[in-house]
Design a binder for this molecule. Sequence first.
Ligand SMILES: Nc1ncnc2c1ncn2[C@@H]1O[C@H](COP(=O)(O)OP(=O)(O)OP(=O)(O)O)[C@@H](O)[C@H]1O
Ligand SMILES: O=P(O)(O)OC[C@H]1O[C@H](OP(=O)(O)OP(=O)(O)O)[C@H](O)[C@@H]1O
Ligand SMILES: [Mg+2]
Length: 282
Amino acid sequence: MLRIAVPNKGSLSEPAAAMLREAGYRQRRDSRELVLPDPDNDVEFFFLRPRDIAVYVGKGTVDAGITGRDLLLDSGAEAVEHLELGFAGSTFRFAAPAGRLSQVSQIDGLRVATSYPVLVAEHLRSQGVTPTEVVRLDGAVETAIRLGVADVIADVVETGSTLRAAGLEVFGEPLLRSEAVLVRREEGPQPVGLDVLTRRLQGVLTARQYVLMDYDVPLELVDAAVAITPGLESPTVSPLHNREWAAVRAMVRRDHTNRVMDALYDVGARAILVTSIHACRL
Ligand SMILES: Nc1ncnc2c1ncn2[C@@H]1O[C@H](COP(=O)(O)OP(=O)(O)OP(=O)(O)O)[C@@H](O)[C@H]1O
Ligand SMILES: O=P(O)(O)OC[C@H]1O[C@H](OP(=O)(O)OP(=O)(O)O)[C@H](O)[C@@H]1O
Ligand SMILES: [Mg+2]
């Protein structure tokens, strides 16, 4: 039975559960449940703190887990990224009071507050920058400068509104781009069942990223239309009752939907229909 760690709290928790549910797995109804067997799918879920998940996976007590790339790197655990999951995207950045600092080298001799001390210390070392102190805080890191605990912070930035509200501004290049990832143990054989979990999650990613597009097009324009919708492998072209026209079905990137419909209409396609993909296995 594959043992899978899932975030029990925080920003990763709800989207991780939603993704697993879409992939056909049972998910807990009560947020106090800590373990959830799913015998029909031959897996067992363990609800753990997102920060601890890479540690459990690295030690081999669970086979795989969902966490953030930033948390994985900060953990120093013997776990590696197995699959990007496409949610909880963010950057990890240095920030200081607006207008005060412009490059990472200026952190030399300053105090940095962060919830990700390993990641930050390693990054600064790789840049040859030596802060006087890396102060580890649990959260609300943006307040550390105002309260005099640090001169600079390093934290997760999504919209930037938390930084703005604290009068702070990012500077230097991002330390990394993070998102939710499926992690597995670095060493040893691949756990039995991980391939099925991976295919199911990839199916969810594809179903979220693509739509199905159907349209009718005069036979002489099929090649021009198919060039616009090449699909993942090759689009389906079917005859219509009116023998001068064909029906085409292809997968199209969801975020390209309207642009592709405009282009198809311009080449002469009509009756263009778009449908969501509920589930898929490529
Ligand atoms: N605003 C955000 N947007 C996207 N990802 C975020 C955001 N805040 C945190 N994360 C991601 O969530 C993970 C951290 O989860 P964790 O549960 O430790 O903190 P949290 O989500 O900030 O929750 P809390 O602060 O309530 O404990 C990291 O991978 C981080 O990149
Ligand atoms: O760029 P934004 O869209 O503002 O998002 C980034 C903020 O979100 C998270 O904070 P959270 O709300 O989890 O509080 P915390 O600092 O206590 O973890 C993160 O630590 C940042 O502070
Ligand atoms: Mg937080």
